[in-house]
Design a binder for this molecule. Structure first.
Ligand code: SAM
Length: 330
C-alpha cells in the first residue's frame, strides 16, 4: 500500500479533524466576538468514515479540534469508535484532542476510558483576570485549571498546555508559565501568533518570537534544549535542573513547513492541505454524491499531492487564507 505522500516528498501521517465550528470562548486574538459558527457540522459517523479512509492511506495521528470539540454531543462514543481503528502497521492511533478545557474536568475520565491517548489544553494566562480579558469569559480560569488537573489525574499524558503569546497582552506570563509547568507537571507550548484571526489584529510587532521567549526563560533559570523528532513542530527545552518542559512553536520566525506531515478536515468535510491554503477541497460533497471508499481514497491522494510547499507569512505578497483558525481547526 502506498502511504500518503505529497509531491514534495513529505509523508502525511497526521490528520486534524474539526468536529464543530462552535466555540464557547471568544479569545481576542482568534474571534471578533460577534460572529458565531459559520460552517455546518456533520454527523459523527460521517467523520468516522472519512477518518477511516485516511487511516487506510497511512494516517497515524488523529487530533480532534474545532471550534470547541468538547461541545460536541457524542464525543466520548466517537473517541471510542476512533480508538478501534488500526494504522497500516496494525497499531492503535495516536488519538488526541485540542480543547479550551472549559468542560474537561467532567470529561477527562470518560475520554480516557474511551481510548483517548492525550490532550492539549489552550490557556493563554495563568492569572484569572488576564485569562478573562483574553477569552472574554468571566469564570473560565478555575474551570480550565480543574480540567488540566483532571487530565493529569486520569493519565491523559503528556498533558500539554498551549499558550499563544501576544505582545502587550500576555508576554509578561512567560516566566509564570514556566513555574506552572514545573509545579503542575505539564508540558508548555508557546505558540507564535499567526495571521489566522477573524479580525485583522495581526502584525509582525505583536508576535513574540522564539528568541524573545528563550531570553525570558533564561532570565528565570538557565534553559537546556531537549532532542526533537524530525516532524515535531516545537523546539523543546527544560531548565538546568531538568524540571518542567517548555516548547516553542515558531511558524513565523522559524517555519517548519519542510517537515510538515499534516492535513486538516474541516467541520463541513473539506480537506485543507495547509493552515494558509487559499481554497478547500470538498471531500464531503463526494460522500454525498455516493462515492465509494476507493473513489474517496483516490480523491484524497490527488488533493494531498497538491499540498503547498510552505506558507508565506511576513512576505510582501502574503494573502490571508480563506478561513480563520477557529473555522479550520487548529
Ligand atoms: N477550542 C479549542 C482550543 O481552544 O484549543 C480548539 C480550537 S483552537 C482554534 C486551537 C488552537 O489554535 C488554540 O490553542 C488557539 O490558541 C490556537 N490559535 C487560534 N488562533 C491562533 C492564531 N491566530 N495564531 C496561533 N494560534 C492560534
Amino acid at each position: 500500500m502506498n502511504r500518503l505522500r505529497d509531491k514534495h516528498g513529505r509523508y502525511i501521517t497526521d490528520l486534524r479533524v474539526s468536529i464543530t465550528d462552535h466555540c464557547n470562548y471568544r479569545c481576542v486574538y482568534c474571534r471578533t466576538g460577534n460572529e458565531g459558527a459559520i460552517y455546518s457540522e456533520l454527523p459523527l459517523a460521517e467523520y468516522l468514515r472519512m477518518v477511516r479512509i485516511f487511516v487506510e492511506l497511512g494516517i497515524e495521528k488523529v487530533r480532534l479540534t474545532g471550534g470547541e470539540p468538547l461541545l460536541r454531543r457524542g464525543l466520548v462514543e466517537f473517541v471510542r469508535d476512533l480508538a478501534k481503528l488500526r494504522t497500516l502497521d496494525g497499531q492503535p492511533l495516536d488519538l488526541a484532542i485540542t480543547t479550551n478545557g472549559h468542560l474537561l474536568a467532567d470529561l477527562a475520565q470518560p475520554l480516557k476510558d474511551a481510548g483517548l491517548s492525550r490532550i492539549t489544553v489552550s490557556m493563554d494566562a495563568v492569572d484569572a483576570e488576564k485569562f478573562a480579558r483574553i477569552t472574554r469569559v468571566s469564570n473560565g480560569f478555575q474551570k480550565v485549571l480543574a480540567g488540566i488537573r483532571a487530565a493529569k489525574r486520569v493519565g491523559l499524558e503528556p498533558v500539554k498546555v498551549n499558550c499563544v503569546l501576544l505582545r502587550g497582552f500576555n508576554d509578561d506570563q512567560i516566566i509564570e508559565f514556566a513555574r506552572f509547568s514545573r509545579e503542575e507537571g505539564v508540558v508548555l507550548r508557546f505558540i507564535e501568533f499567526m495571521p489566522l484571526e477573524e479580525d485583522r489584529v495581526w502584525s509582525p510587532e505583536v508576535v513574540v518570537t522564539m528568541a524573545e521567549v528563550l531570553e525570558k526563560l533564561n532570565q528565570f533559570r538557565p534553559v537546556r534544549q531537549l532532542p526533537n523528532a524530525l516532524s515535531e513542530t516545537a523546539r523543546r527545552y527544560t531548565f538546568d535542573d531538568g524540571i518542567g518542559e517548555m516548547g516553542i512553536i515558531a511558524p513565523v520566525s522559524n517555519p517548519f513547513c519542510g517537515h510538515c506531515s499534516r492535513v486538516r478536515l474541516t467541520s463541513d468535510g473539506k480537506i485543507r492541505t495547509c493552515l494558509f491554503s487559499l481554497l478547500d477541497h470538498d471531500l464531503f460533497s463526494r460522500v454525498q454524491a455516493g462515492a465509494n471508499d476507493a473513489q474517496l481514497s483516490e480523491y484524497i491522494r490527488t488533493v494531498v499531492d497538491q499540498k503547498e510547499a510552505r506558507h508565506h507569512i511576513g512576505e510582501s505578497g502574503f494573502v490571508k487564507p480563506s478561513r480563520s483558525m477557529v473555522h479550520i481547526g487548529g
